[in-house]
Ligand binder design. Sequence first.
Ligand code: NAP
Length: 273
Amino acid sequence: MTDLRNARYLVYGVASDTSLAWAIARDLGQSGAGVTLAYQKRFRSRVQSLVKDHAWVEGVEECDVASEDSVRDLHQRLRGPFDGLVHAVAFAPSDALARPITETTEDDFRVALGVSAYSLVRVVRHALPLLAPQSSIVTLTYLGADRVVPSYRVMGTAKAALESLVRELAASVGPGCGHRVNAISAGPVKTLAASGIPGFDRILEWMADVTPLRRNVTQEDIARVARFLLSDDAAAVTGQVIYADAGYSAVGVPPELDRVFVEPRLDPYEAAL
Ligand code: NAP
């Protein structure tokens, strides 16, 4: 395990014990780092009980990344230097996920992109004075950024914007300070945010059948990739989207559809069912 003793990280987006942010924070803590957690107000009691008895938790702070004041206040309260930050935050109004993309309102579009993409710019801007040289910034994205995924809708647009921002930010904060910015494109994992996506359980079943590794990914899988990106082992990696999805993004034709090609005499429509 990478030794992160003396390293300190700021992790946004803990909502529950299933959160990717919590798995990443716990992994960093178990690797010797100190971690400050930022969470949405409504999760206060859940997060407070989660962090009990974990000596690696240096602080637990309320923060709404949709609010400039909230993010500014948080960073004024914090004491640096930090060696990196994790942005594991996303939100889209449920109406925008339930209706066809043609019905997306401008307000819902603005909220989804504001919370899920622009917030990365906001937290990086406020964190810069608190970051040690050669810090690492990691955000979480999903394949819906560049492929159509049922029910992901405006979140796909938000994640596409987020991935573009990863490249822009990497080019902006790399020179001089040597900070790195990367995204992990995680395969589907059952968390609170994921439960809001209609049909999510069916996506999980499908993935377990068709990924090259024939399984879904876990919070711990994602946490290990985050630890790598946050550590000096990834010192030359920046501006990248790293897929941690059991290989799903590498597959052009899923196994069942494959039969259309390897058994040419099958009726292609029947074979695809
Ligand atoms: P999660 O446990 O529900 O965490 C998402 C967090 O974002 C929640 O704490 C959520 O709070 C928070 N958030 C939303 N709006 C916020 C705001 N204005 N200020 C501060 N926090 C806010 O779900 P998760 O799956 O771990 O999600 C973490 C990240 O991983 C997200 O970016 C998600 O898109 C990404 N991701 C997840 C999967 C997956 O399958 N789970 C796959 C790929 C990528 P609220 O609940 O109050 O909105």
